[in-house]
Design a protein around this ligand. Structure first.
Ligand SMILES: NC(=O)c1ccc[n+]([C@@H]2O[C@H](COP(=O)([O-])OP(=O)(O)OC[C@H]3O[C@@H](n4cnc5c(N)ncnc54)[C@H](OP(=O)(O)O)[C@@H]3O)[C@@H](O)[C@H]2O)c1
Length: 232
């Protein structure tokens, strides 16, 4: 069994880098944190700086691996879905396999991991945070498969929130704009631009929005948060 000791337990997917790693660092002072990801070395490096954090290396699209990995979690206070992929391309240039891969990790894996952990979340009256995107509200040219997956993720979060309201499980969608991570580097490379991370949100700023949702008092249901790079 995964024991959380006296502190609440959080599971953060995508915690090997980017926004997920920043969320894990923000939660670590108050939570024991399971660090989701696939890169064992990167997970070990994040865990090394965080007392109470442990790697949770799982391929989220593998149902057997997923079921095994959650088997010992019987109580979970916080579940943050940050793992995601963002391949871009026009509809003309986006084959079925791109759509399938994007939905598999950005939507199906989120739904399945949440489903498997619902008893543990209910036991703790836990919080679920989905890292969505500005693309979860607006679909721009060249972003169809990614935006569609994030629209679907928003729908998932809305339905889950309504279903779990009376069981004390709270659900928040966090919609960041462009954030200085590996994913954003790939986006800029796709667009053919010069990368300047200082133009984008810091992952730590997104993590603060997650913390706001997770630490909201019992009377407050934080349903959606949008956070954009400030004009400079
Ligand atoms: N960066 C942005 O500008 C931006 C803006 C809005 C929303 N978002 C959203 O924020 C979230 C995090 O993005 P990011 O920029 O931090 O991305 P990132 O730096 O590319 O990191 C992606 C993370 O997802 C994990 N991951 C990907 N596929 C996985 C799989 N099949 N199984 C397990 N883990 C998997 C990766 O783990 P490994 O490396 O260990 O494989 C990594 O930890 C995503 O949902 C993204 O859509 C990002």
């Amino acid at each position: 069994m995964i024991e959380s000791g006296a502190r609440p337990l959080a599971l953060v997917t995508g915690a090997s880098r980017g926004i997920g790693a920043a969320v894990a660092r923000a939660l670590a002072p108050t939570h024991d944190v399971l660090l989701g990801g696939r890169d064992a070395d990167a997970l070990g490096a994040v865990a090394a700086g965080l007392p109470g954090a442990r790697p949770w290396p799982v391929e989220l699209t593998d149902p057997t691996e997923l079921a095994d990995a959650i088997a010992d979690i019987d109580r979970l206070d916080v579940l943050v879905h940050s793992a995601g992929i963002g391949p871009l391309g026009t509809v003309e240039d986006s084959p079925a396999e791109q759509w399938r891969q994007t939905f598999e990790i950005n939507v199906v894996a989120v739904a399945e991991l949440t489903r498997l952990l619902l008893p543990a979340l209910r036991a703790a009256r836990g919080r679920v945070v989905c890292i969505n995107s500005g693309a979860g509200f607006t679909a721009r040219p060249g972003w169809a498969s990614y935006a569609a997956s994030k629209f679907a993720l928003r729908a998932f979060a809305d339905a889950l929130r309504a279903e779990e309201a009376t069981r004390g499980v709270r659900v928040t969608s966090v919609h960041p704009g462009r954030t200085d991570t590996d994913m954003q580097r790939a986006v800029v490379a796709h667009e053919g631009g010069e990368y300047d991370g200082s133009r984008f949100l810091h992952p730590e700023s997104v993590a603060r929005a997650v913390l706001l949702a997770v630490t909201a008092p019992p009377d407050a249901d934080v349903t959606e948060l949008s956070i954009r790079p400030a004009p400079r």
